[in-house]
Write a protein that binds this ligand. Sequence first.
Ligand code: GSH
Length: 205
Amino acid sequence: MIVLYERTDCPFCWKVRIALAALGVPYESVGTELGVKHPQVLKYSPTGTVPVMQDGDVAIWESGVMLDYLERCYGPGRLVPSDPAYAARAWSLHAYCDKVIGPALKGLVFEKRSRPEGEWDLDLIGESAEKWRDCQAWLEASVGEWALDDNALNVGECALAARLGVAEVYDAGVTSEFPALEAWYCRLTEQPFWKAAYPTSFIGK
Ligand SMILES: N[C@@H](CCC(=O)N[C@@H](CS)C(=O)NCC(=O)O)C(=O)O
């Protein structure tokens, strides 16, 4: 069985759990703590980051590679559309989530996560919220290019779902200012895989 070394609130880990749940692949989750490196993570990840996924002899330390592997082994054509142009759009959305949305949300999430409310740096949070708003405008304008099919979830959507989920927990969820994006997120959160992959550390927040 697949073993996933992860922190449940990490968006890279959440993305992989969403893919696993959407494909219906069973796995064992091994939780790691913030700042504490699990021996298997140190063994397999040259960056020391989570997630790390082990499937028999195969160990993978980069979340995008995990999605590619899962697609090839457990769901050909399900996470990556067969049409090359659509596949490129799905992977581009995946890159946008990791390279643009992640850094945009970082200030807001890290500040709120690491300090009591009275000590928050509101300027930092405001700057981060502004960048996040720009991302949502970009997503709103491009939703028709990457939301390919109501019944299928592509690699980019797995990554985006986790990012929107994190934003929501830190009171920066998508609003009706971006109706197409909001509708996409609402549809997504009604799917069984959403509940199955939801971070245990966020339940009740
Ligand atoms: N590019 C990596 C990024 C993974 C990453 O940055 N993970 C963070 C958690 S969100 C991490 O492990 N940070 C170090 C730590 O928590 O000790 C991937 O996609 O897997």
